[in-house]
Design a protein around this ligand. Structure first.
Ligand code: AMP
Ligand code: GLY
Length: 427
């Protein structure tokens, strides 16, 4: 079975690494990939917004399955276009990808199906949005409706900040994503990322992770795509996971099927675990990055078989095995991230770092310049470790990081603090 993976980040390197271990795999191609992925797959320099070019590549490389990493191509209908061209795709249709592509769509679905989420209202003009925001308790959450690369959410602590956020959305700060605005109640609690494979009718839980969105130690500084993650998430007890499946995931899967837009792929629920129970913050129609990295090192079963069971609609007869260990990943970013990261700085020492037991290093933004490995993005490396506890996984990851020679990079030194404090407390 030949697989084409779309994307170029640490998430895709982790997926490629897991796919490469499958006895079902023939060749693995990746578009466009990165320097780490190139060590285990054939990287194809494709523009992944060009669906016809992807179909062409599939024909040329005799691809049997396309696995889509990021959300933008899914929201743009890559799964529909490749299916129409006769290829099997892991990832939802354009209609089902609205779960991530339109926050208003998902909020309305939650309302119709009774799925717990923050109270909300949708607006298409600034004056009405501001009048509504003025009547809400502070802080109030202002969101651009569409895809805004993680930047379209503003938690406004004052009325002035809420008005400013509304003006920014309608003023085009988030492009077409801001043509509609959702105003939400602020939820309090602990956040967790929950994942399930969904084949249109059945949902198979993949477990949970927690990430650290702020750039600096102590959860300070600007929001990022994620500076580190660990799994399992201690807040997601087996009972809590069952509630999430029963109250959030299964109703969504049934609701999407009933509307004639069944969901197929991985469903990523961003949750707030509140005093009243789990509430949905948002859906994503892909794996999390860097959450995927920790899930992949914990997965014992064949990933390719699981993705095929999903696309073939047979998850009802499928199960997955997991390592009992915990996993943790630390993101190494280029100095300047998330503002303007410095590109082209040299990275050395990865071989020695990878010798630390239990460590896998996934590349997020790297490229080769001759024999040199250089940074080529904001998030650059995901130093990932598996161990019996989150605390031990953290020790391994930071031991590997000490062996990496990269003066142009930085990382947080406290990834996993919440889980480790709990581990210490329970001992
Ligand atoms: P999103 O892009 O929707 O994941 O939002 C980014 C982050 O904003 C989330 O991870 C939360 O930390 C925060 N957030 C979004 N919506 C809410 C809400 N209703 N209440 C509290 N925090 C929120
Ligand atoms: N790490 C959060 C995300 O992938 O959206």
């Amino acid at each position: 079975m030949n697989v084409l993976l779309l994307g170029s980040g640490g998430r895709e390197h982790a997926l490629a690494w897991a796919l490469a271990a499958s006895p079902l795999l023939g060749t693995l191609a990746c578009a466009p990939g990165n320097a780490g992925i190139a060590e285990i797959a054939r990287c194809v320099p494709l523009d992944i917004t060009d669906h016809a070019a992807i179909a062409c590549c599939c024909r040329e490389h005799r691809i049997d399955l396309v696995v889509v990493g990021p959300e933008a191509p899914l929201v743009a209908g890559v799964a529909d276009d490749l299916a129409a061209a006769g290829f099997k795709v892991f990832g939802p249709s354009r209609a089902a990808a609205r779960l991530e592509g339109s926050k208003g769509f998902t909020k309305d679905l939650c309302r119709d199906l009774g799925i717990p989420t923050a109270a909300y209202a949708r607006f298409a003009d600034a004056a009405a949005a501001k009048a509504h925001a003025a009547r809400q308790q502070l802080p109030v959450v202002v969101k651009a409706d569409g895809l805004a690369a993680g930047k379209g959410v503003i938690i406004a602590e004052t009325r002035g900040a809420a008005d400013e956020a509304i003006d920014a959305c309608f003023g085009g700060s988030f492009g077409a994503a801001g043509a509609e605005v959702v105003i939400e109640e602020f939820l309090e609690g602990e956040e967790a990322s929950f994942f399930a494979l969904v084949d249109g009718r059945h949902a198979l839980p993949l477990g949970a992770a927690q990430d650290h969105k702020r750039a600096f130690d102590g959860d300070q500084g600007p929001n990022t795509g994620g500076m580190g993650a660990y799994s399992p998430a201690p807040v997601m007890t087996p009972a809590m996971s069952e509630r999430v499946m029963a109250e959030i995931i299964r109703p969504t899967v049934e609701g999407m099927a009933a509307r004639g837009t069944p969901y197929r792929g991985v469903l990523f629920a961003g949750l707030m675990i509140t005093a009243e129970g789990p509430k949905l913050i948002e859906y994503n129609v892909r794996f999390g990055d860097p959450e995927c990295q920790v899930l992949m090192v914990r997965l014992k079963s064949d990933l390719l078989a699981a993705l095929l069971a999903t696309t073939d609609g047979v998850l009802g007869n499928f199960d997955l095995r997991w390592h009992d260990d915990a996993a943790l990943t630390v993101v190494m970013a280029a100095k300047g991230y998330p503002g303007s990261p410095e590109k082209g700085t040299e990275i050395r020492g990865l071989d020695k770092a990878a010798e630390v037991p239990g460590v896998e290093i996934f590349h997020a933004g790297t490229r080769r310049e001759g024999s040199r490995l250089v940074a080529d993005g904001g998030r650059v490396l995901d130093v990932t470790a598996r161990a019996p506890s989150v605390g031990e996984a953290r020790e391994r990851a930071y031991e590997a990081i000490r062996r990496i020679e990269w003066p142009g990079g930085f990382c947080r030194s406290d990834i996993g603090w919440r889980a480790i404090a709990r581990e210490r407390g329970s001992r």
